[in-house]
Design a protein around this ligand. Sequence first.
Ligand code: ADP
Ligand code: MG
Length: 387
Amino acid sequence: MSWSPLMRSELIRRFCSLHGREPAIIARAPGRIEFIGNHTDYNGGTVLGAAIDRGVWVGVAPRTDGRRRFASAAMTDVVETVADASRPLAGKDAWANYPLGMLVSLAAAGVAVPAGFDFLAVSDLPPGAGLSSSAALELASGLAFARLAGAEPPRVTLVRAARHAENTFVGVPCGILDQAVSGFGRRGHLVHIDCRGPDFSTVPLPAGTGFRIFNTHTRHALVDGLYAERHRECGEAARALGVALLADLDSAGLEARARGVPEVPLRRARHVVGEISRVAACVAALRAGRIEEVGRLLAVSHESSRTSFENSTPELDFIVEGLMRTPGVFGARLTGGGFGGAVMALVAEPFAPESAERVAAAYNERFGARPDVLAVGTADGASLENP
Ligand code: ADP
Ligand code: MG
């Protein structure tokens, strides 16, 4: 599967009708699947993700009056700022903090950015589903801004600036997973990130496999607070276990130090340390072509989320259980931070649509709402797609 050419023409058409001219620069950046390695990134661990063939497209054109006009096909109003305004926006304009934050973070990293411009984003990623529309928006914006100012920052600078923008300007304490996969994705591959370096590499996916995403459209009311709470609990656990980062421990080391550590931080630590070992096991299994074992590791990961990290929900559990009984499914787990959002399944292609439909129908019966089922393929990382 590859990028929809419709997205690019849709961007140009909308840009012309809104801003009265064509974009000078076009960039796209993919969303991502968290394949395995849940909540490992901010603990200094490893994670596997895949860039997908859905994402955000951004067009920009220069203005000489220093005004910055941000528009998105997903939003009704145009957000207007001036070049020296560098504070986060609130309320309905807050979505523009992703591109605004990129301008601030790129400049802080010494990358030239444009003063005034017109901006438009179009997307075929469902926002808030755990497919990282936010990182896709950041990467596409950052690439477009740098090019408009004549700069060509190294990919790693762009990825770091995007995470910095999300942490400091948007205010989400995320690790580097989302931005790194959107930046370093490769078609037909998973991206392996060692978050401590950070170091990035890719691992081929076996031919004949594909992904299905089940978006439940559920989102825990306290999801941001719960994410921050898990972040804090992991820090607490590391302190109680006498290490700087949970990634400093393997399972044996963790158990050797477990005595006296309170139960909740200990369970969080077991999940994270377990996930890091499952990432390594997954890479080995992928390289050896042991796809059933990869699927089993995905299922173990979900079970660990459910019981130890407590970031799953009855809705996500129901879909994973249904999928694990479905022929052609190697494995399934929640993807992303959890507390709602989406389930990812690794399937054998071609995967019968009726099989996905059965799981969706059973969910509908149980919860009274239909999940969206998306067939997604892998894709390359963020790129310029100039007119
Ligand atoms: P995720 O990254 O998993 O999709 P987040 O909550 O991190 O979820 O990011 C979603 C937010 O990103 C949206 O609420 C919105 O502010 C912003 N966003 C994503 N896509 C777009 C878009 N196409 N146009 C405007 N804002 C967007
Ligand atoms: Mg996000």
